[in-house]
Design a protein around this ligand. Structure first.
Ligand code: SAH
Length: 236
Protein backbone atom coordinates (compact mmCIF):
# COMPACT_ATOMS: atom_id res chain seq x y z
CA UNK A 1 0.00 0.00 0.00
CA UNK A 2 1.25 3.46 -0.87
CA UNK A 3 2.45 5.57 2.06
CA UNK A 4 2.23 9.36 1.96
CA UNK A 5 3.86 11.65 4.51
CA UNK A 6 1.49 14.37 5.69
CA UNK A 7 2.09 17.48 7.77
CA UNK A 8 -0.04 19.40 10.20
CA UNK A 9 -1.37 21.79 7.60
CA UNK A 10 -2.72 18.89 5.52
CA UNK A 11 -5.46 18.21 8.06
CA UNK A 12 -8.34 20.36 6.90
CA UNK A 13 -11.17 19.48 9.24
CA UNK A 14 -11.86 16.58 11.55
CA UNK A 15 -10.91 13.45 9.73
CA UNK A 16 -10.34 15.09 6.39
CA UNK A 17 -6.92 15.46 4.85
CA UNK A 18 -5.89 17.23 1.72
CA UNK A 19 -2.79 16.31 -0.26
CA UNK A 20 -1.37 19.14 -2.34
CA UNK A 21 2.23 18.13 -3.00
CA UNK A 22 2.78 17.58 -6.70
CA UNK A 23 5.00 14.54 -6.17
CA UNK A 24 2.41 12.83 -3.96
CA UNK A 25 -0.45 13.59 -6.34
CA UNK A 26 1.55 12.12 -9.20
CA UNK A 27 2.24 9.00 -7.17
CA UNK A 28 -1.39 8.48 -6.27
CA UNK A 29 -2.85 9.26 -9.69
CA UNK A 30 -0.28 8.16 -12.22
CA UNK A 31 2.02 5.64 -10.57
CA UNK A 32 -0.43 3.75 -8.38
CA UNK A 33 -3.51 4.74 -10.41
CA UNK A 34 -5.66 4.99 -7.32
CA UNK A 35 -9.29 6.04 -7.71
CA UNK A 36 -11.90 7.51 -5.42
CA UNK A 37 -12.80 4.90 -2.81
CA UNK A 38 -9.31 3.38 -2.66
CA UNK A 39 -7.38 3.31 0.63
CA UNK A 40 -3.86 4.59 1.24
CA UNK A 41 -1.60 4.82 4.26
CA UNK A 42 -0.69 8.21 5.73
CA UNK A 43 1.99 8.95 8.33
CA UNK A 44 2.62 12.20 10.18
CA UNK A 45 5.66 11.41 12.33
CA UNK A 46 3.51 10.28 15.25
CA UNK A 47 0.68 8.15 13.94
CA UNK A 48 -0.21 5.94 11.05
CA UNK A 49 -3.58 6.40 9.37
CA UNK A 50 -5.62 4.52 6.81
CA UNK A 51 -7.56 6.92 4.61
CA UNK A 52 -10.07 6.60 1.79
CA UNK A 53 -9.71 8.83 -1.23
CA UNK A 54 -12.87 10.94 -1.47
CA UNK A 55 -11.96 13.35 -4.24
CA UNK A 56 -9.26 13.53 -6.89
CA UNK A 57 -8.55 16.82 -8.60
CA UNK A 58 -5.57 18.06 -10.55
CA UNK A 59 -3.97 20.02 -7.74
CA UNK A 60 -5.37 18.32 -4.66
CA UNK A 61 -6.56 14.99 -3.41
CA UNK A 62 -8.93 14.74 -0.49
CA UNK A 63 -9.07 11.80 1.86
CA UNK A 64 -11.09 10.74 4.87
CA UNK A 65 -9.27 9.01 7.70
CA UNK A 66 -10.85 5.72 8.70
CA UNK A 67 -8.23 4.36 11.07
CA UNK A 68 -5.57 5.86 13.36
CA UNK A 69 -2.80 3.69 14.80
CA UNK A 70 -0.08 4.28 17.38
CA UNK A 71 3.56 4.07 16.30
CA UNK A 72 4.61 0.46 16.83
CA UNK A 73 7.50 0.73 14.41
CA UNK A 74 9.99 2.85 16.33
CA UNK A 75 12.79 1.55 18.57
CA UNK A 76 12.35 1.60 22.34
CA UNK A 77 15.32 3.92 22.69
CA UNK A 78 16.25 7.12 20.93
CA UNK A 79 19.21 5.99 18.91
CA UNK A 80 21.31 8.80 17.48
CA UNK A 81 24.35 8.48 15.26
CA UNK A 82 27.08 11.01 14.57
CA UNK A 83 29.27 10.08 11.65
CA UNK A 84 31.87 11.63 9.39
CA UNK A 85 30.31 12.96 6.20
CA UNK A 86 30.80 10.58 3.30
CA UNK A 87 30.80 10.98 -0.46
CA UNK A 88 27.39 11.17 -2.11
CA UNK A 89 26.58 7.55 -2.90
CA UNK A 90 28.03 6.24 0.37
CA UNK A 91 26.22 8.90 2.34
CA UNK A 92 22.98 7.93 0.63
CA UNK A 93 23.44 4.24 1.42
CA UNK A 94 24.17 5.08 5.04
CA UNK A 95 21.12 7.37 5.33
CA UNK A 96 18.84 4.85 3.67
CA UNK A 97 19.91 1.91 5.83
CA UNK A 98 20.00 3.93 9.06
CA UNK A 99 16.43 4.99 8.38
CA UNK A 100 15.36 1.39 7.89
CA UNK A 101 17.10 0.40 11.11
CA UNK A 102 15.15 3.11 12.95
CA UNK A 103 17.69 5.68 14.11
CA UNK A 104 16.16 8.79 15.62
CA UNK A 105 18.67 11.45 14.67
CA UNK A 106 21.58 11.61 12.28
CA UNK A 107 24.36 14.07 12.97
CA UNK A 108 26.61 14.69 9.95
CA UNK A 109 30.04 15.29 11.41
CA UNK A 110 32.79 17.47 10.04
CA UNK A 111 35.96 15.88 11.35
CA UNK A 112 39.61 16.48 10.43
CA UNK A 113 39.65 13.71 7.85
CA UNK A 114 36.37 14.48 6.12
CA UNK A 115 37.43 14.94 2.52
CA UNK A 116 34.16 15.67 0.77
CA UNK A 117 33.35 19.20 -0.26
CA UNK A 118 30.79 20.47 2.21
CA UNK A 119 27.66 21.80 0.66
CA UNK A 120 24.14 22.16 1.86
CA UNK A 121 22.88 18.69 1.07
CA UNK A 122 20.13 18.60 3.63
CA UNK A 123 17.30 18.63 1.16
CA UNK A 124 18.86 15.77 -0.81
CA UNK A 125 19.51 13.82 2.37
CA UNK A 126 15.93 14.36 3.54
CA UNK A 127 14.59 12.92 0.30
CA UNK A 128 16.63 9.76 0.87
CA UNK A 129 15.36 9.29 4.43
CA UNK A 130 11.74 10.04 3.45
CA UNK A 131 11.78 7.48 0.67
CA UNK A 132 13.41 4.90 2.93
CA UNK A 133 10.87 5.54 5.66
CA UNK A 134 7.90 4.99 3.38
CA UNK A 135 9.38 1.74 2.17
CA UNK A 136 10.16 0.30 5.62
CA UNK A 137 6.80 1.19 7.23
CA UNK A 138 8.27 3.49 9.81
CA UNK A 139 6.34 6.50 11.04
CA UNK A 140 9.05 8.83 12.31
CA UNK A 141 11.52 10.31 9.84
CA UNK A 142 15.01 10.47 11.30
CA UNK A 143 15.95 14.04 11.97
CA UNK A 144 19.05 15.10 10.08
CA UNK A 145 20.99 17.66 12.05
CA UNK A 146 22.97 20.47 10.59
CA UNK A 147 26.65 19.69 10.05
CA UNK A 148 28.38 19.65 13.44
CA UNK A 149 31.90 19.19 14.77
CA UNK A 150 32.76 16.89 17.67
CA UNK A 151 32.90 19.89 20.01
CA UNK A 152 29.29 20.78 19.17
CA UNK A 153 28.00 17.47 20.49
CA UNK A 154 26.55 17.49 23.96
CA UNK A 155 27.68 14.12 25.27
CA UNK A 156 25.83 14.56 28.55
CA UNK A 157 22.50 14.46 26.70
CA UNK A 158 22.92 10.70 26.39
CA UNK A 159 22.61 7.76 28.76
CA UNK A 160 25.34 6.03 26.79
CA UNK A 161 27.76 7.07 24.07
CA UNK A 162 29.51 4.39 22.04
CA UNK A 163 32.60 5.10 19.98
CA UNK A 164 33.37 2.80 17.06
CA UNK A 165 37.13 2.67 17.01
CA UNK A 166 39.03 0.43 14.64
CA UNK A 167 42.18 0.60 16.82
CA UNK A 168 40.36 -0.46 19.94
CA UNK A 169 41.50 -3.43 22.00
CA UNK A 170 37.96 -3.80 23.30
CA UNK A 171 36.72 -7.31 22.73
CA UNK A 172 33.34 -7.55 24.42
CA UNK A 173 30.27 -8.03 22.22
CA UNK A 174 28.64 -4.63 21.76
CA UNK A 175 25.28 -5.67 23.20
CA UNK A 176 26.91 -6.55 26.54
CA UNK A 177 27.76 -2.86 27.04
CA UNK A 178 24.06 -1.99 27.12
CA UNK A 179 21.76 -2.22 30.12
CA UNK A 180 18.68 -2.36 27.94
CA UNK A 181 17.28 0.55 29.94
CA UNK A 182 18.97 3.45 28.15
CA UNK A 183 16.54 6.08 26.90
CA UNK A 184 19.02 7.87 24.67
CA UNK A 185 22.07 6.39 22.99
CA UNK A 186 24.58 8.01 20.67
CA UNK A 187 27.15 6.18 18.60
CA UNK A 188 30.02 7.71 16.73
CA UNK A 189 31.55 6.46 13.51
CA UNK A 190 34.48 8.11 11.76
CA UNK A 191 34.74 9.17 8.12
CA UNK A 192 36.55 7.15 5.45
CA UNK A 193 39.97 8.04 6.86
CA UNK A 194 38.85 7.46 10.46
CA UNK A 195 39.19 9.78 13.45
CA UNK A 196 42.58 11.33 14.22
CA UNK A 197 44.29 10.34 17.47
CA UNK A 198 43.40 13.69 19.02
CA UNK A 199 39.76 13.24 18.07
CA UNK A 200 39.74 9.72 19.49
CA UNK A 201 41.23 11.01 22.72
CA UNK A 202 38.66 13.80 22.94
CA UNK A 203 35.77 11.38 22.39
CA UNK A 204 37.06 9.05 25.12
CA UNK A 205 37.51 11.99 27.51
CA UNK A 206 33.81 12.74 27.10
CA UNK A 207 33.03 9.33 28.61
CA UNK A 208 32.27 7.44 25.41
CA UNK A 209 32.78 3.67 25.50
CA UNK A 210 34.99 2.20 22.80
CA UNK A 211 33.49 -0.52 20.68
CA UNK A 212 35.17 -2.73 18.14
CA UNK A 213 33.78 -4.80 15.32
CA UNK A 214 36.89 -6.98 15.25
CA UNK A 215 40.20 -6.77 13.47
CA UNK A 216 38.84 -6.05 10.02
CA UNK A 217 38.49 -2.48 8.90
CA UNK A 218 34.95 -1.81 7.78
CA UNK A 219 34.04 0.99 5.46
CA UNK A 220 32.50 3.81 7.45
CA UNK A 221 29.00 3.23 6.07
CA UNK A 222 29.26 -0.50 6.80
CA UNK A 223 30.32 0.19 10.39
CA UNK A 224 27.41 2.66 10.79
CA UNK A 225 24.89 0.12 9.52
CA UNK A 226 26.26 -2.90 11.38
CA UNK A 227 26.39 -1.14 14.74
CA UNK A 228 22.92 0.29 14.12
CA UNK A 229 21.68 -3.25 13.56
CA UNK A 230 23.29 -4.57 16.73
CA UNK A 231 21.71 -1.78 18.80
CA UNK A 232 18.34 -2.04 17.07
CA UNK A 233 18.19 -5.71 17.98
CA UNK A 234 18.42 -4.87 21.68
CA UNK A 235 15.72 -2.20 21.48
CA UNK A 236 13.33 -3.69 18.92
N1 SAH B 1 41.43 4.75 9.83
C1 SAH B 1 41.09 3.71 8.96
C2 SAH B 1 39.72 3.56 8.38
C3 SAH B 1 38.58 4.07 9.12
S1 SAH B 1 37.15 3.15 8.83
C4 SAH B 1 42.11 3.61 7.85
O1 SAH B 1 42.01 4.34 6.86
O2 SAH B 1 42.94 2.75 8.02
C5 SAH B 1 35.91 4.34 9.14
C6 SAH B 1 35.21 4.25 10.47
O3 SAH B 1 34.50 3.04 10.58
C7 SAH B 1 36.12 4.27 11.67
O4 SAH B 1 36.44 5.60 12.07
C8 SAH B 1 35.30 3.55 12.73
O5 SAH B 1 34.41 4.44 13.37
C9 SAH B 1 34.52 2.55 11.92
N2 SAH B 1 35.15 1.23 11.89
C10 SAH B 1 35.69 0.58 10.85
N3 SAH B 1 36.14 -0.64 11.19
C11 SAH B 1 35.89 -0.79 12.51
C12 SAH B 1 36.12 -1.82 13.46
N4 SAH B 1 36.73 -2.96 13.14
N5 SAH B 1 35.72 -1.62 14.73
C13 SAH B 1 35.12 -0.47 15.08
N6 SAH B 1 34.88 0.55 14.24
C14 SAH B 1 35.25 0.41 12.96
Amino acid sequence: MLTIIIRNEDFISGNNVEITQKKDINHIKNVYRYKTGDTIRLIDGKYEYKAIITEIENKRIQLRITEKNEDKYSLKTELDIAFGILKNDKMNIALQKLTEIGVNRIIPLKTDRVVVKLEDSKEKWNTVTEEALKQCRGIKIPEIDKILTLKDINFSDYDKVLFAYENSEENKPVFTLLSGEEKRILYLVGPEGGFTEEEALYIKEQGALEISLGKRIYRAETAAIVIGGILADVYK
